[in-house]
Design a protein around this ligand. Structure first.
Ligand code: CNA
Length: 250
């Protein structure tokens, strides 16, 4: 029998021993966090200059643009809980199949779901630093909550030491991504790569599936087309949660 679609995906999971996942904003939309390019994504909003929001040059010259608009999303990020997609990847790790999650997301939901080996290419909001004196503020520092409060009040948080602008530990467009070498090493060891909820258009994450060894398999789960669809063994243009439900792994 020739397996296809979800059955082939399940078969590939069963036969694999070193799965690496690459995730994007689409795995978190069901947690209430909008993506960039989906139908209800931030790029479709006319009241928010989403393309400038995470641009380092705009941030340096006008940090209030980011803090003004991000205040709305900060609460959503804080309250968001892992989706079935995140739980599925956690389960694959518990089963000893999934070795690494590489994510472009900045929402820390893979950590909340309990995965342990996570490469956050674009950082997260778990740390802030001063753009002038580099002072670092971690969550256990009482000043961390002050920064979050300032942000939620649409004010630019300032360094308590030198008055410089505080920046979250998130990689903006125009900055270097984190741990790219580590991500490449993991992909080269993978026998199965699963990409979930990413348009595969943001460089350099967009190039990562091309580093998969020829003998390994690629599965893409994303509602919209991606540039790697023709290279994948299985492409499911479906909602991640529906796919996970059909796999019956969680
Ligand atoms: P993207 O370019 O917005 O692509 C998301 C993709 O997910 C789209 O192609 C959607 O069709 C698809 N999608 C949305 N919901 C679902 C669903 N339920 N099931 C299946 N597919 C779905 O986002 P990428 O991650 O590819 O681009 C990388 C950017 C987005 C990075 O710089 C991130 O930091 C940034 N981002 C992150 C978050 C987050 O952390 N949750 C939110 C918004 C943007």
């Amino acid at each position: 029998m020739i397996l296809q679609g979800i059955d082939l995906f399940m078969d590939l999971i069963m036969k694999s021993s070193y799965i690496v996942a690459l995730t994007g904003a689409g795995i978190s939309t069901k947690a209430g966090i909008p993506d960039f390019r989906g139908p209800n994504g931030l790029y479709s909003r006319t009241d928010m200059p989403a393309d400038k929001l995470f641009d380092i040059e705009y941030f340096k010259s006008n940090p209030s643009l980011f803090y003004n608009h991000f205040s709305e999303l900060a609460d959503i990020f804080e309250k968001a809980l892992p989706t079935k997609g995140h739980k599925f990847l956690k389960k694959l790790e518990v089963l000893g199949k999934l070795k690494t999650v590489i994510t472009q997301n900045i929402d820390s939901l893979h950590k909340k779901a309990g995965n342990t080996n996570i490469i956050e290419l674009h950082g997260n909001f778990e740390k802030y630093h001063c753009m002038e004196c580099n002072d670092e503020i971690l969550p256990e520092d009482p000043r961390f909550n002050e920064i979050v409060k300032e942000m939620k009040n649409r004010r630019v948080p300032k360094c308590s030491k030198c008055g410089g602008i505080m920046k979250p530990d998130v990689v903006f467009f125009g900055e270097y991504v984190r741990d790219l070498e580590k991500a490449l090493t993991e992909i080269q060891k993978a026998d199965l790569m699963i990409t979930m909820g990413t348009s595969l258009t943001v460089y350099p994450a967009s190039t990562l599936p091309s580093y998969l060894p020829d003998s390994s398999k690629l599965v893409i789960v994303n509602e919209m087309d991606t540039p790697f669809d023709s290279k994948a063994k299985v492409v499911l243009h479906e909602d991640i949660e529906k796919v996970v439900d059909k796999l019956k792994i969680i």
